[in-house]
Ligand binder design. Structure first.
Ligand code: NAD
Length: 295
């Protein structure tokens, strides 16, 4: 079975590697717009490097993409659509707007092919360990065919509804997590300034009502000021932008999400664009101590 993987970034690199290492060795063709990137991946994992989107997807049964945002998805769609065969299933793991997911889905349907908007949660570690959660939108039949492929690198794969439902679910995930991380930053900073043993406090709270994935997996790094890993401030700001655009179109107010978006702009201004977004902690530390001016 021919599978094309387009976009070998922090996520796509590992997703493709799981497919290469799978028992049913797939006929893999990979492509990335950065010159030399696909040949580097092939040198490590096997398969073949294509020199264009069109060359990668011709004759592919599945196309898998993990691209930065809407603009790149649009570029890839324009290059891919004239080259694909009828029946091809395109699984897009990028986080994008629901609007572009529906547009690309419609164009794929017109070409007698299928599109699943399938953003993921679990981060780079989840991609590396094959434990991603996939939230998909699209038609049932294409989804059913795509499940065994996605299960090679994901622990949970769910169909959330029609086109765009995967992106809307991912947006819901981000709305639910952003305020939580800011609250964790405030709590850790408060405990530290109160002279408590923060590690001990976290241990106690992990058993209580404020427990969360963020607390279990990020509190130690936040306390240590270690942000050089993970899901960047830039990517989280992109996701919040998508959420606020969608919410505005629905006339919904999301005050906490919007505020944390502003806080992440502060982190960016501190030089933290590439830090994991739990660096909200750094902003809290600096602003609460008066090191930087409160807005
Ligand atoms: P990344 O920037 O590391 O990777 C994107 C890759 O796409 C790059 O290698 C880039 O060169 C390639 N690309 C861009 N335009 C292309 C084109 N026209 N053709 C082929 N390749 C092209 O980003 P990432 O961190 O891997 O994230 C990918 C997507 O997954 C994003 O939408 C992000 O929001 C989402 N996501 C990321 C994480 C994470 O922790 N990094 C977690 C969940 C979701």
């Amino acid at each position: 079975m021919r599978i094309a993987v387009l976009g070998l970034g922090r996520m796509g690199w590992h997703i493709a590697a799981h497919l290469a290492g799978h028992d049913e060795a797939h006929d893999l063709l990979v492509f990335d717009v950065i010159e030399g990137h696909a040949p580097r991946w092939v040198a490590e994992h096997g398969g073949g490097a294509a020199d264009s989107v069109a060359a990668a997807v011709a004759e592919a049964e599945f196309v898998i993409t993990s691209l930065p945002a809407d603009r790149e998805l649009q570029v890839v769609a324009d290059e891919l659509l004239p080259a694909i065969s009828a029946g091809t299933i395109w699984i897009d793991h990028s986080t994008t707007s629901a609007r572009i997911a529906r547009e690309v889905g419609d164009r794929m349907s017109a070409a007698e092919a299928h599109f699943l908007d399938a953003p993921v949660s679990g981060g780079v570690d989840g991609a590396r360990n094959g434990s991603l959660t996939v939230m998909a939108g699209g038609d049932d039949e294409a989804f059913a065919r795509a499940v065994p492929v996605m299960e090679v690198y994901a622990a949970r794969v769910r169909l959330m509804g029609g086109a765009g439902a995967g992106q809307l679910t991912k947006m819901t995930n981000q709305i639910c997590v952003v305020g939580l991380c800011q609250a964790l930053a405030e709590g850790l900073d408060f405990a530290s300034r109160a002279g408590l043993d923060v590690e001990h406090v976290v241990e106690a709270m992990l058993q209580g009502s404020s427990t969360s994935w963020q607390m279990a997996n990020r509190a130690d790094k936040m306390s240590a000021g270690d942000y050089d890993f993970g899901f960047s401030t830039t990517l989280m700001r992109k996701d919040i932008g998508l959420v606020l655009e969608e919410a505005s179109a629905m006339s919904i107010s999301l005050p906490v999400t919007a505020l944390v978006g502003q806080f992440l702009a502060d982190v960016d201004a501190m030089g933290g664009a590439g830090w994991d977004w739990c660096s909200l902690m750094e902003r809290q530390r600096r602003f609460a101590s008066g090191e930087a001016d409160e807005r």
